[in-house]
Design a protein around this ligand. Structure first.
Ligand code: ZN
Length: 154
């Protein structure tokens, strides 16, 4: 009972760190942290939307089961969120768009299946079935971006 932070939402134990991947080109078939091979997994994510509160969104992500890293592609999650965002959202830059939402954690499969079926889920249900992300990590994109843009790296 010592290390829970005041900002914790979900009641389930945290398992995964999250990397919100801003690159549309780079899909991380290998983990950027431990270099192990990643696999695809579809999760129900719980997100906090600026001015709107909590929402759930299904998205296929890369996962490294060795070091417990979920790689959520920014463009994939934003595609699902698109309709609820302000007019012109798609024209914002990735950094601007990123300000509108915070991925909080993953939803337990049982609860996610309920949501997918269209069943209503209460706030308490959501809380009891969410595992917050343990930590948020970021990996610099620069070298590959330079490469794609044709910059001379020498
Ligand atoms: Zn890893």
């Amino acid at each position: 009972m010592s290390s829970s932070t005041p900002t914790q939402f979900g009641s389930l134990p945290s398992v995964y760190d999250l990397f919100l991947n801003p690159s549309m080109q780079r899909r991380y078939t290998r983990c950027p942290r431990c270099r192990d091979v990643t696999s695809l997994k579809r999760f129900g994510f719980v997100l906090f939307l600026e001015g709107r509160g909590l929402v759930t969104v299904g998205a296929t992500s890369r996962i490294c089961s060795k070091c417990k890293l979920v790689i959520l592609h920014q463009d994939v999650v934003e595609q699902s969120l698109g309709p609820v965002f302000p007019e012109g959202f798609e024209f914002f830059g990735p950094e601007e768009r990123r300000q509108y939402y915070t991925p909080i954690g993953t939803l337990h499969r049982r609860a996610w299946n309920k949501v997918k079926k269209g069943d209503t889920i209460t706030y308490l249900d959501l809380q009891h079935n969410t595992a917050d992300f343990r930590d948020y990590v970021f990996f610099p994109q620069t070298s590959r971006t330079s490469l794609l843009l044709g910059f001379d790296s020498a």
